[in-house]
Design a protein around this ligand. Sequence first.
Ligand code: TRP
Ligand code: SF4
Length: 326
Amino acid sequence: MKKRILSGMRPTGPLHLGHLFGVLDNWVRLQDQYESFFMIADWHALMSEYEDPSRLAGYTIECAADWIAAGLDPQRSTIFVQSHVRDHLELYMVFSNFVPLGWLERCPTYKEQLRELSSRHLHTYGFLGYPVLQAADILLYKANAVPVGKDQLPHLELTNDIAAKFNGLYGNTFSEIEPVLTKTPKLLGIDARKMSKSHGNFIALGDSHETIMSKCARMFTDPERIKLTDRGHPDKCNVCTYYSLFKKDYAPEVHEYCIKAKVGCTECKRGLAGMISDYLADIRKKRERLLKDRGKICDILKQGAKKASKVASETMTGVRKAVGLL
Ligand code: TRP
Ligand code: SF4
């Protein structure tokens, strides 16, 4: 029998190249190796976006379209929306009774997010409990493994701590989970800062050819290269990193041309834009086609929720019994 994985993403904005290269391509690869559950974590999104959730539903649909366009197959993987499976909240509630506050207050991602999203009012009860809900997401499906980026490791450790504490209190119910670490290329935004929604510095999977051209034209380059005749330092240039993602054998060429000042930055960036646009062409077309029929996406998500519910309710039956609820 195949092992099971579960992973998720918060629908807080458009999906971009960082998601495609760090996460989605990995999920697509894993979906045949494992019995796979991929979840759009809208409850988690609401934890930070509760003041203005007006775009949550739209992002949820677009997220599903992006996933499918990038190669997740609803036939082979279970794709669903977290809030469609109420059992997540039930398990989250059971866990929240015994999770010590200290575990959550000490969690490095909590402190970091508070700092990063300082414009939001996140000193809330709900936000502190973010990893508890994530533990419920994972344990509800008795996933063996969770494909994530390194940033999520503290949450997986907490998940194992929570599972162990549950088992200690109510009897052996959950097994240990393992991370499947993704080798994520460090892709910076077009302004060479960390890629983030709030900086608006990413290339989205749905960006048009024109948008990609203009975003690439604005990309930060080697700050020491001012004149065309200046020799460049491609290792310090974000544009070169992007090149290496798209065509492994192209990067050395750019490298050489740059060092020898045989190519100007404008031309170099134009070449990159063309390459990105070509690369995304199929995904863009597929996602557009999908988004023309939102009803169909909703159907796919409904089917996914049905499949997910089957597993989830089984776990919850076991949990209710273990805890001793009537
Ligand atoms: N916290 C994850 C993130 O921000 C999203 C997430 C929610 C998740 N529930 C999950 C990831 C369960 C893996 C498993 O990326
Ligand atoms: Fe960067 Fe290309 Fe300019 Fe070199 S030529 S500094 S790699 S944009």
